[in-house]
Write a protein that binds this ligand. Structure first.
Ligand SMILES: *Cc1c(COP(=O)(O)O)cnc(C)c1O
Length: 438
C-alpha cells in the first residue's frame, strides 16, 4: 500500500494497523488500544460501532446497496436531502451529492463558476480565498487552497486564485484581534472594489481553518466577509467539511455568526465517520440558474459514480437522528467548555506557544521560544515526534506542522477528554525535554 499524506519511510519505521474499534477507542493487530483523539481524521462523531449506525446499514442492505443518481433518485438520498435542507441555513434548499470533501468543494467551485456563465455575467470567473486555507487535494480544490507545503509543487497546474491574508492573531506583531481582523478585511474590501466584476466567488472555512493549523477567526470577521460578498455580488462558499455537524459547538459553524452562504459543503461528519458521502448545498437561486430546457445548455454536467449511495445516505440519516435524540450539539458545547479548562494547563507547558480552540477542534502550537515565538527547526519535527510518543501512551492524533491536533469524537466522555489531555501533555513534555537535552 501507499498511504495518503504519508512519507512511507516514516510509516515503515512506525507502522500501525488497526483491527477494530469500540466507542472512542481503536485497537491494533497486536491488541494495543488507543483513544481516537483525532476522530479517525476528523470524521467520527458517536464513536466506533455505534449500534444505531451499524443497524442502519444492515437494514438498508435488505433493500439495495447502490443505484445511480444520474437521472434517477433513491429513497435514502431524498430523505437525507430533506434533512440537510432542514438543518442548513434557511436560504439553502438544494442538495447535490458527492463522495468526499474535495469533490463537494470542487462542485461548489464549478457551480459558482457556471452560475455566472449561465446568468450571462461572463467575466465573473475568478475566486478569492484566504491564506492557509484547505479544501481538498484535487486540482480544483488545491487551486482555491493555499497551503504552501501541499500545493507548491503543483503551482503551474493550478488556476490562479486571489489570496487575502487569514486574520491569524498569534503570529501578528500586534497580537490584537481587532487590528488583525481589520487588516485582512481592508485587503478584501480593496480587492472586491477593484475586481468584483471578474470575481465569481469567495471560498473559505468558516470560524476555524483545519488543515492550515487550527486557526481561529476573530469574532465578527466572517460576518463582515458575508456583507462584503453581498455588497459586491460575489458568491460566498463556506467549506464546512471539517466544521459541520457539531464539531465547533453549533450544528454548522456559520451559525456562530448567523451567516447565510450561497453554497455550503459538508462531508467528514455527515455519516458519523462511517461511509464516504458528501454534499454541496445551494440556494434556490443558484439551482434556478441551471434550470431550463436541455437546449439552453445550462445543465450541470458533473457527477460521480457513487453519488447518493444508499448505504451512505442511510447511515447519514441515522447519524442525524442521533444528533437530535442525544441533543449532541448542546453536549458538544458543554464538552468544549470542559476541554477549554483542561487546555489551560497545556498552555502553561514550556514550549507551548499557542492553544487555539473552536468547540471540539483544538490546535496546540509548539515553539522553541515562547517569548519570541521562534519555531523549532523544521528538521526537529517536534510535533510529529510528540504524536508518536502519544501513540505509545495510548492516544492517536496527527500533527499539522508544529501544531498538534486534538479533535475528539463528540461522544467522548469528560473522563476520556481528561485522559486524552493528560497523555497529550506527557507526550509534549517528554519530546520537548529530549530535544532540549540533545
Ligand atoms: C478534510 C477537508 C476537505 C477534504 O475532504 P476529503 O474528504 O478529505 O476530500 C475539504 N475541506 C476541509 C475544510 C477539510 O477539512
Amino acid at each position: 500500500m501507499w498511504l495518503p499524506f504519508t512519507q512511507m519511510s516514516d510509516y515503515e519505521r512506525d507502522p500501525l494497523i488497526i483491527k477494530s474499534g469500540e466507542g472512542v477507542t481503536v485497537t491494533d493487530i497486536y491488541g494495543n488500544t488507543y483513544l481516537d483523539g483525532y476522530s479517525s481524521l476528523w470524521l467520527n462523531v458517536h464513536g466506533h460501532r455505534k449500534k444505531e449506525l451499524d443497524e442502519a446499514i444492515q437494514v438498508q442492505l435488505q433493500s439495495i446497496a447502490h443505484s445511480t443518481l444520474l437521472g434517477a433518485a433513491n429513497i435514502p438520498s431524498i430523505l437525507l436531502a430533506e434533512k440537510l435542507v432542514e438543518l442548513a441555513p434557511e436560504n439553502l434548499s438544494r442538495v447535490f451529492y458527492s463522495d468526499s470533501g474535495a469533490t463537494a468543494v470542487e462542485i461548489a467551485v464549478k457551480m459558482a463558476y457556471q452560475y455566472w456563465q449561465n446568468k450571462g455575467l461572463k467575466r465573473k470567473k475568478r475566486f478569492v480565498t484566504v491564506s492557509n486555507g484547505y479544501h481538498g487535494d484535487t486540482v480544483g480544490t488545491m487551486s482555491v487552497g493555499s497551503i504552501e507545503l501541499y500545493h507548491k509543487v503543483y503551482t503551474s497546474l493550478l488556476f490562479d486564485a486571489l489570496v487575502i491574508p487569514f486574520p491569524a492573531v498569534y503570529r501578528h506583531p500586534s497580537g490584537d484581534e481587532d487590528i488583525v481582523k481589520e487588516e485582512s478585511l481592508r485587503t478584501l474590501r480593496a480587492l472586491f472594489k477593484e475586481r468584483h466584476e471578474e470575481i465569481a466567488g469567495m471560498v473559505l472555512e468558516p470560524m476555524i481553518q483545519g488543515a492550515g493549523g487550527m486557526n481561529v477567526m476573530p469574532p465578527g470577521y466572517l460576518k463582515e466577509v458575508e456583507l462584503l460578498c453581498k455588497k459586491f455580488n460575489i458568491l460566498l462558499i463556506v467549506d464546512e467539511v471539517a466544521t459541520g455537524f457539531g464539531r465547533t459547538g453549533k450544528m454548522f459553524a456559520v451559525e456562530h455568526e448567523n451567516i447565510q452562504p450561497d453554497l455550503l459543503t459538508v462531508a467528514k461528519g455527515l455519516t458519523g465517520g462511517y461511509l464516504p458521502v458528501a454534499a454541496t448545498v445551494a440556494t434556490e437561486e443558484i439551482y434556478e440558474a441551471f434550470y431550463g430546457d436541455y437546449e439552453e445548455m445550462k445543465t450541470f454536467f458533473h457527477g460521480h459514480s457513487y453519488t447518493g449511495n444508499q448505504l451512505g445516505c442511510a447511515v447519514a440519516l441515522a447519524n442525524l437522528e442521533i444528533f437530535e435524540k442525544e441533543r449532541l450539539v448542546a453536549q458538544a458545547t458543554e464538552k468544549a467548555e470542559f476541554l477549554k479548562e483542561l487546555l489551560v494547563e497545556v498552555k502553561q507547558l514550556p514550549y507551548v506557544g499557542d492553544v487555539r480552540q473552536c468547540g471540539l477542534m483544538c490546535g496546540i502550537e509548539l515553539v522553541k521560544n515562547q517569548l519570541t515565538k521562534e519555531p523549532f527547526p523544521l528538521t526537529d519535527r517536534v510535533a510529529y515526534h510528540a504524536t508518536l510518543k502519544m501513540r505509545e501512551l495510548g492516544l492517536l492524533t496527527r500533527p499539522l506542522g508544529d501544531v498538534i491536533v486534538l479533535m475528539p469524537p463528540l461522544a467522548t466522555s469528560k473522563e476520556q477528554l481528561a485522559e486524552m489531555v493528560a497523555i497529550l501533555m506527557e507526550g509534549i513534555q517528554t519530546v520537548t525535554r529530549e530535544l532540549v537535552e540533545l
